[in-house]
Design a protein around this ligand. Structure first.
Ligand SMILES: [Zn+2]
Ligand SMILES: [Zn+2]
Length: 339
Protein backbone atom coordinates (compact mmCIF):
# COMPACT_ATOMS: atom_id res chain seq x y z
CA UNK A 1 0.00 0.00 0.00
CA UNK A 2 0.99 3.63 -0.30
CA UNK A 3 1.60 5.41 3.01
CA UNK A 4 3.15 8.64 4.27
CA UNK A 5 6.00 7.66 6.58
CA UNK A 6 7.65 9.82 9.21
CA UNK A 7 11.15 8.54 9.94
CA UNK A 8 12.46 11.49 11.95
CA UNK A 9 10.44 14.44 13.23
CA UNK A 10 11.40 17.75 11.61
CA UNK A 11 9.88 21.18 10.92
CA UNK A 12 7.06 20.77 8.41
CA UNK A 13 8.66 23.15 5.90
CA UNK A 14 11.36 20.46 5.47
CA UNK A 15 8.52 18.15 4.32
CA UNK A 16 9.49 15.19 6.52
CA UNK A 17 6.68 12.83 5.40
CA UNK A 18 7.73 10.46 2.62
CA UNK A 19 5.18 8.76 0.40
CA UNK A 20 6.35 5.12 0.25
CA UNK A 21 5.22 1.60 -0.66
CA UNK A 22 4.90 -0.58 2.47
CA UNK A 23 3.27 -3.97 3.12
CA UNK A 24 -0.48 -3.80 3.82
CA UNK A 25 -0.93 -4.78 7.50
CA UNK A 26 -2.94 -7.84 8.54
CA UNK A 27 -5.62 -7.64 11.21
CA UNK A 28 -5.19 -9.60 14.47
CA UNK A 29 -8.19 -11.45 15.95
CA UNK A 30 -9.89 -8.38 17.40
CA UNK A 31 -8.88 -5.90 14.68
CA UNK A 32 -10.36 -4.39 11.52
CA UNK A 33 -8.36 -3.69 8.38
CA UNK A 34 -9.86 -0.49 6.99
CA UNK A 35 -9.55 0.74 3.41
CA UNK A 36 -9.00 4.45 4.05
CA UNK A 37 -11.18 6.85 2.01
CA UNK A 38 -10.47 10.08 3.90
CA UNK A 39 -8.24 11.10 6.79
CA UNK A 40 -8.61 14.40 8.61
CA UNK A 41 -5.52 16.47 9.33
CA UNK A 42 -5.26 17.50 12.99
CA UNK A 43 -2.90 19.87 14.78
CA UNK A 44 -1.80 16.86 16.84
CA UNK A 45 -0.44 15.34 13.59
CA UNK A 46 1.66 18.48 13.23
CA UNK A 47 2.93 18.02 16.82
CA UNK A 48 3.87 14.40 15.97
CA UNK A 49 5.56 15.33 12.69
CA UNK A 50 7.50 18.25 14.19
CA UNK A 51 8.44 16.33 17.34
CA UNK A 52 6.58 18.32 20.00
CA UNK A 53 5.08 14.96 21.00
CA UNK A 54 7.86 12.45 21.73
CA UNK A 55 8.30 9.81 19.01
CA UNK A 56 7.22 6.28 19.98
CA UNK A 57 7.99 4.48 16.72
CA UNK A 58 10.04 5.06 13.61
CA UNK A 59 8.82 5.09 11.00
CA UNK A 60 5.27 6.01 11.97
CA UNK A 61 2.25 6.73 9.75
CA UNK A 62 0.37 9.74 11.23
CA UNK A 63 -3.36 10.42 11.04
CA UNK A 64 -6.20 9.70 13.48
CA UNK A 65 -9.40 10.92 11.83
CA UNK A 66 -9.94 8.02 9.47
CA UNK A 67 -13.07 7.23 7.48
CA UNK A 68 -13.04 4.06 5.42
CA UNK A 69 -14.60 0.68 4.85
CA UNK A 70 -13.90 -2.67 6.48
CA UNK A 71 -11.67 -4.62 4.06
CA UNK A 72 -10.90 -7.57 6.36
CA UNK A 73 -11.39 -8.45 10.00
CA UNK A 74 -10.04 -10.79 12.65
CA UNK A 75 -11.87 -13.96 13.65
CA UNK A 76 -13.10 -12.55 16.98
CA UNK A 77 -14.76 -9.43 15.49
CA UNK A 78 -18.56 -9.64 15.78
CA UNK A 79 -19.96 -6.12 15.43
CA UNK A 80 -18.86 -5.14 11.94
CA UNK A 81 -19.46 -6.40 8.40
CA UNK A 82 -17.11 -6.40 5.43
CA UNK A 83 -17.66 -3.25 3.41
CA UNK A 84 -19.23 -1.36 6.33
CA UNK A 85 -18.18 2.26 6.72
CA UNK A 86 -16.30 2.97 9.94
CA UNK A 87 -14.38 5.73 11.65
CA UNK A 88 -11.08 5.38 13.50
CA UNK A 89 -10.19 8.03 16.05
CA UNK A 90 -7.24 8.96 18.28
CA UNK A 91 -7.88 6.46 21.10
CA UNK A 92 -6.68 3.21 19.55
CA UNK A 93 -6.73 0.91 22.57
CA UNK A 94 -6.81 0.87 26.37
CA UNK A 95 -5.89 -1.89 28.85
CA UNK A 96 -9.35 -1.95 30.43
CA UNK A 97 -7.78 -2.77 33.80
CA UNK A 98 -5.99 0.28 35.23
CA UNK A 99 -7.56 2.51 37.90
CA UNK A 100 -8.67 4.99 35.23
CA UNK A 101 -10.29 2.42 32.97
CA UNK A 102 -12.04 0.91 35.98
CA UNK A 103 -13.54 4.29 36.91
CA UNK A 104 -14.99 5.32 33.51
CA UNK A 105 -11.94 7.42 32.63
CA UNK A 106 -10.38 5.37 29.86
CA UNK A 107 -9.19 8.63 28.25
CA UNK A 108 -6.56 8.70 31.03
CA UNK A 109 -5.55 5.01 30.69
CA UNK A 110 -1.97 4.26 31.80
CA UNK A 111 -1.39 1.89 28.85
CA UNK A 112 -3.35 3.67 26.12
CA UNK A 113 -2.33 3.36 22.48
CA UNK A 114 -2.97 6.27 20.13
CA UNK A 115 -3.66 6.12 16.40
CA UNK A 116 -0.99 7.83 14.33
CA UNK A 117 1.35 8.29 17.31
CA UNK A 118 2.04 5.01 19.10
CA UNK A 119 0.53 2.86 16.31
CA UNK A 120 0.24 3.55 12.57
CA UNK A 121 -2.57 5.84 11.46
CA UNK A 122 -4.48 6.87 8.37
CA UNK A 123 -2.14 8.80 6.07
CA UNK A 124 -2.20 5.58 4.03
CA UNK A 125 -4.40 3.39 1.85
CA UNK A 126 -5.10 0.97 4.71
CA UNK A 127 -5.09 1.20 8.51
CA UNK A 128 -5.73 -1.18 11.40
CA UNK A 129 -8.26 -0.47 14.14
CA UNK A 130 -9.18 -2.25 17.36
CA UNK A 131 -12.77 -3.19 16.52
CA UNK A 132 -13.94 -2.19 20.01
CA UNK A 133 -12.65 1.35 19.37
CA UNK A 134 -14.07 1.85 15.86
CA UNK A 135 -17.26 3.86 15.25
CA UNK A 136 -20.02 3.34 12.71
CA UNK A 137 -20.35 6.61 10.75
CA UNK A 138 -23.85 8.17 10.58
CA UNK A 139 -25.24 8.01 7.03
CA UNK A 140 -25.87 11.72 6.61
CA UNK A 141 -22.16 12.52 6.38
CA UNK A 142 -20.06 11.76 3.31
CA UNK A 143 -16.51 10.50 3.86
CA UNK A 144 -14.85 13.92 3.61
CA UNK A 145 -17.39 15.62 5.86
CA UNK A 146 -17.17 12.86 8.45
CA UNK A 147 -13.39 12.83 8.84
CA UNK A 148 -13.03 15.99 10.97
CA UNK A 149 -15.73 14.73 13.31
CA UNK A 150 -13.39 12.02 14.57
CA UNK A 151 -10.98 14.24 16.50
CA UNK A 152 -11.84 17.91 16.06
CA UNK A 153 -15.45 16.92 16.70
CA UNK A 154 -15.03 14.41 19.52
CA UNK A 155 -12.44 16.47 21.41
CA UNK A 156 -14.55 19.58 20.85
CA UNK A 157 -17.54 17.73 22.31
CA UNK A 158 -15.56 16.65 25.37
CA UNK A 159 -14.19 20.19 25.80
CA UNK A 160 -17.75 21.51 25.82
CA UNK A 161 -18.70 18.95 28.45
CA UNK A 162 -15.78 19.96 30.64
CA UNK A 163 -16.93 23.59 30.65
CA UNK A 164 -19.47 22.39 33.22
CA UNK A 165 -22.28 24.24 31.47
CA UNK A 166 -25.61 22.41 31.57
CA UNK A 167 -24.96 21.33 35.13
CA UNK A 168 -27.52 22.64 37.60
CA UNK A 169 -28.44 26.25 36.93
CA UNK A 170 -25.55 26.75 34.50
CA UNK A 171 -27.65 25.68 31.54
CA UNK A 172 -26.88 26.13 27.86
CA UNK A 173 -29.74 28.47 26.99
CA UNK A 174 -28.29 31.98 26.79
CA UNK A 175 -24.88 30.83 28.10
CA UNK A 176 -21.93 32.86 26.80
CA UNK A 177 -19.15 30.65 25.48
CA UNK A 178 -15.74 31.88 24.32
CA UNK A 179 -13.70 30.03 21.68
CA UNK A 180 -10.01 30.92 21.22
CA UNK A 181 -8.53 29.71 17.93
CA UNK A 182 -11.02 28.86 15.19
CA UNK A 183 -9.77 25.88 13.24
CA UNK A 184 -11.35 22.47 12.76
CA UNK A 185 -12.48 22.01 16.38
CA UNK A 186 -13.74 25.56 16.75
CA UNK A 187 -15.91 25.36 13.66
CA UNK A 188 -17.58 22.19 15.01
CA UNK A 189 -17.96 23.45 18.59
CA UNK A 190 -19.70 26.67 17.57
CA UNK A 191 -22.37 24.59 15.81
CA UNK A 192 -22.87 22.30 18.82
CA UNK A 193 -23.00 25.20 21.27
CA UNK A 194 -25.43 27.25 19.18
CA UNK A 195 -27.69 24.25 18.66
CA UNK A 196 -27.81 23.90 22.46
CA UNK A 197 -28.81 27.57 22.78
CA UNK A 198 -25.53 29.28 23.70
CA UNK A 199 -24.13 32.57 22.39
CA UNK A 200 -20.60 32.14 21.05
CA UNK A 201 -17.78 34.72 21.20
CA UNK A 202 -14.79 33.91 19.01
CA UNK A 203 -11.24 35.23 19.43
CA UNK A 204 -9.00 34.15 16.56
CA UNK A 205 -6.29 35.20 14.12
CA UNK A 206 -6.91 35.60 10.42
CA UNK A 207 -9.78 37.84 9.38
CA UNK A 208 -10.24 36.35 5.94
CA UNK A 209 -10.54 32.68 6.86
CA UNK A 210 -11.12 31.99 10.54
CA UNK A 211 -12.92 35.18 11.56
CA UNK A 212 -15.09 35.15 8.46
CA UNK A 213 -16.09 31.51 8.98
CA UNK A 214 -16.92 32.20 12.66
CA UNK A 215 -19.22 35.05 11.62
CA UNK A 216 -20.81 32.89 8.93
CA UNK A 217 -21.50 30.17 11.50
CA UNK A 218 -23.36 32.61 13.73
CA UNK A 219 -20.84 33.92 16.27
CA UNK A 220 -22.37 36.68 18.43
CA UNK A 221 -19.04 38.53 18.25
CA UNK A 222 -15.68 37.93 16.53
CA UNK A 223 -12.34 39.53 17.41
CA UNK A 224 -8.58 39.03 17.52
CA UNK A 225 -6.93 36.52 19.86
CA UNK A 226 -6.07 39.09 22.54
CA UNK A 227 -9.17 41.26 22.17
CA UNK A 228 -11.70 41.49 25.01
CA UNK A 229 -15.17 40.20 24.17
CA UNK A 230 -17.87 42.79 25.01
CA UNK A 231 -19.43 40.67 27.81
CA UNK A 232 -18.16 38.44 30.63
CA UNK A 233 -18.13 34.80 29.52
CA UNK A 234 -19.62 31.79 31.35
CA UNK A 235 -16.97 29.43 29.94
CA UNK A 236 -14.23 29.41 27.31
CA UNK A 237 -12.22 26.88 25.39
CA UNK A 238 -8.73 27.56 24.03
CA UNK A 239 -8.00 25.42 20.96
CA UNK A 240 -4.95 27.43 19.83
CA UNK A 241 -1.70 25.87 21.15
CA UNK A 242 -0.68 29.26 22.56
CA UNK A 243 -0.14 29.56 26.32
CA UNK A 244 -0.07 33.36 26.10
CA UNK A 245 -3.84 33.28 25.52
CA UNK A 246 -4.54 31.89 29.02
CA UNK A 247 -4.29 35.16 31.02
CA UNK A 248 -6.25 37.00 28.34
CA UNK A 249 -8.98 34.34 28.32
CA UNK A 250 -9.16 34.34 32.14
CA UNK A 251 -9.61 38.11 32.10
CA UNK A 252 -12.70 37.69 29.92
CA UNK A 253 -14.33 35.08 32.21
CA UNK A 254 -17.09 35.77 34.69
CA UNK A 255 -16.72 34.60 38.32
CA UNK A 256 -17.19 30.85 38.74
CA UNK A 257 -16.48 30.20 35.05
CA UNK A 258 -14.34 27.45 33.57
CA UNK A 259 -11.49 27.78 31.06
CA UNK A 260 -10.85 24.54 29.14
CA UNK A 261 -7.54 24.00 27.32
CA UNK A 262 -8.39 21.75 24.38
CA UNK A 263 -4.97 20.90 22.95
CA UNK A 264 -2.47 18.12 23.64
CA UNK A 265 0.43 20.57 23.48
CA UNK A 266 0.65 24.25 24.41
CA UNK A 267 3.48 26.77 24.57
CA UNK A 268 4.37 27.87 28.15
CA UNK A 269 1.69 29.80 30.04
CA UNK A 270 3.04 33.17 31.23
CA UNK A 271 2.82 34.22 34.88
CA UNK A 272 -0.33 36.07 35.82
CA UNK A 273 -1.88 37.75 38.85
CA UNK A 274 -3.90 35.55 41.19
CA UNK A 275 -6.79 38.00 40.81
CA UNK A 276 -7.39 36.61 37.29
CA UNK A 277 -8.12 33.18 38.80
CA UNK A 278 -9.76 34.32 42.05
CA UNK A 279 -13.55 34.32 42.08
CA UNK A 280 -13.61 30.52 41.74
CA UNK A 281 -12.53 30.47 38.15
CA UNK A 282 -11.18 27.09 37.02
CA UNK A 283 -8.54 26.22 34.40
CA UNK A 284 -8.44 22.62 33.19
CA UNK A 285 -7.10 20.59 30.29
CA UNK A 286 -8.73 17.97 28.10
CA UNK A 287 -6.87 14.70 27.59
CA UNK A 288 -8.09 12.38 24.82
CA UNK A 289 -11.65 11.08 24.94
CA UNK A 290 -13.68 8.09 26.03
CA UNK A 291 -15.64 5.93 23.59
CA UNK A 292 -18.80 7.25 25.23
CA UNK A 293 -17.77 10.78 24.19
CA UNK A 294 -17.32 9.52 20.63
CA UNK A 295 -20.67 7.77 20.40
CA UNK A 296 -22.62 10.59 22.05
CA UNK A 297 -20.98 13.19 19.84
CA UNK A 298 -21.62 11.35 16.56
CA UNK A 299 -25.29 10.93 17.51
CA UNK A 300 -25.65 14.64 18.34
CA UNK A 301 -23.75 15.65 15.19
CA UNK A 302 -26.18 13.63 13.05
CA UNK A 303 -29.23 15.04 14.87
CA UNK A 304 -28.32 18.73 14.43
CA UNK A 305 -27.00 18.02 11.66
CA UNK A 306 -23.51 19.51 11.81
CA UNK A 307 -21.93 20.75 8.60
CA UNK A 308 -18.17 20.54 8.38
CA UNK A 309 -16.24 22.80 6.04
CA UNK A 310 -13.32 20.92 4.52
CA UNK A 311 -10.37 21.65 2.28
CA UNK A 312 -9.11 18.49 0.57
CA UNK A 313 -5.59 17.40 -0.37
CA UNK A 314 -4.45 14.19 -2.10
CA UNK A 315 -2.51 11.71 0.08
CA UNK A 316 0.69 12.63 -1.76
CA UNK A 317 0.33 16.22 -0.48
CA UNK A 318 0.14 15.46 3.24
CA UNK A 319 3.16 17.69 3.90
CA UNK A 320 1.42 20.58 2.10
CA UNK A 321 -1.77 20.04 4.12
CA UNK A 322 0.16 20.21 7.40
CA UNK A 323 2.11 23.25 6.22
CA UNK A 324 -1.15 25.00 5.32
CA UNK A 325 -2.54 24.12 8.77
CA UNK A 326 0.55 25.58 10.46
CA UNK A 327 0.22 28.76 8.39
CA UNK A 328 -3.46 29.24 9.34
CA UNK A 329 -4.38 28.77 5.68
CA UNK A 330 -7.18 26.22 6.20
CA UNK A 331 -10.80 27.33 6.34
CA UNK A 332 -12.49 24.73 8.55
CA UNK A 333 -10.68 21.38 8.43
CA UNK A 334 -8.05 19.88 6.13
CA UNK A 335 -8.76 16.34 4.92
CA UNK A 336 -6.63 13.94 2.89
CA UNK A 337 -8.59 12.20 0.16
CA UNK A 338 -7.23 8.69 -0.40
CA UNK A 339 -8.21 7.03 -3.66
ZN1 LIG B 1 -6.42 1.63 31.46
ZN1 LIG C 1 -6.57 15.16 16.71
Amino acid sequence: MRACLLHTPAPIDMRPLQLSEVPTPEPAGDELLVRVRACGVCRTDLHVVEGELAAHRSPIIPGHQIVGTVAAQGARVKDFKLGQRVGIAWLHHTDGSCRFCLSDRENLCEQAEFTGWTVDGGYAEFALASAAFAYPIPEGFDDLQAAPLLCAGIIGYRSLRLTGLAEGSRGWAGARLGIYGFGAAGHVVIQLARARGAEVYVCTRDEQKHQALAAELGAAWVGGTLEDPPVKLDASIIFAPAGELVPSALKALDKGAVLVLGGIHMSPIPQFEYSLLYGERIVRSVANNTRTDGREFLAEAARIPLQTHVQTFPLAEANEALLALKQDAIRGAAVLLVD
